[in-house]
Design a protein around this ligand. Structure first.
Ligand SMILES: O=C(CO)COP(=O)(O)O
Length: 264
């Protein structure tokens, strides 16, 4: 179990391209009620949602009006601040919408949009410039795993993502093996721990031991209520980035409340 008092566990829901802004309002309201009814302690396990860009203003308005204890963020941002970048969204705009986090380098951006390690690094720098916490995704494909073993690619991706980070930054890292995303075949807790420990080593190397000790490293890839507790028992795993299961309120609530159903 993660007993490091400096790292509050984070359960994050990446909605991907699901739920329009009306559905988002209903969903966030229900999720907050469900967790409140269950007596969830948001200071013990932080909860964040990552809706599509078009939902963010609605989510912001709801969270602010109802003072919901939920964090939210975007699924990507532009490396640029403004200008001739059709279709892109600036970190400045996200900051104006009170986003706390922004996902960067998700494998679906890397594979479907050919995002490079350099672009990921530039986006991390842009996020920090706008006081957004970058949630940096790294992870190997099945082919990488066969060729280079479990840690090599995620470690190289994290080094590249942090290349422009010079100060002790507030960041979150998510280890998401590409082969585990949406496949129903999660990594084992031992595999996740091995890579998370290697990633913490990169953080210590690049940003110092203090940052490494306080930075949360999440696991993502086919996380469900039935397997979350085993991941959370690993000392270097501080939470989860959940895709499909984050769209089902009872299931996502059950993941958030992992410590209740297993007595952790
Ligand atoms: O990509 C993911 C979260 O960013 C994981 O997705 P699934 O939980 O659907 O496997």
């Amino acid at each position: 179990m993660n007993i490091n008092p400096r790292r509050t566990p984070l359960i994050a829901g990446n909605w991907k391209m699901n739920l329009d802004h009306l559905q988002a309002i209903a969903f966030v309201q229900k999720l907050a009620w469900n967790l409140k009814d269950a007596g969830h302690d948001f200071t013990a396990v932080e909860v964040a949602v990552f809706p599509p860009f078009t939902d963010l203003r609605s989510v912001q308005t709801l969270v602010s009006a109802d003072k919901l204890p939920l964090a939210f963020g975007a699924q990507d941002l532009s490396a640029a601040d403004s200008g001739a970048y059709t279709g892109e969204i600036s970190g400045a705009f996200l900051a104006q919408l009170e986003c706390q986090y922004v996902i960067i380098g998700h494998s679906e951006r890397r594979t479907l949009h050919n995002e490079t390690d350099e672009q990921v690094g530039a986006k991390v720098t842009a996020a920090l410039k706008h006081n957004l916490v970058p949630l940096i995704c790294v992870g190997e494909s099945a082919e990488d795993l066969a060729i280079a073993g479990p840690s090599a690619v995620p470690v190289a991706q994290l080094r590249a993502a942090l290349a422009g980070v010079t100060h002790a930054a507030d960041i979150v890292v998510a280890y998401e093996p590409v082969w585990a995303i949406g496949s129903g075949q999660a990594a084992t807790p031992e595999q996740a721990e091995q890579v998370a420990a290697a990633l913490r080593g990169v953080l210590a190397d690049t940003l110092g031991q203090d940052v490494a000790d306080k930075t949360r490293i999440l696991y993502g890839g086919s996380v469900k209520s039935g397997n979350i507790a085993a991941f959370m028992r690993e000392p270097n795993v501080d939470g989860a980035l959940v895709g499909g299961a984050s769209l089902d309120i009872p299931e996502f609530s059950s993941i958030i409340r992992y410590h209740k159903h297993v007595g952790l």
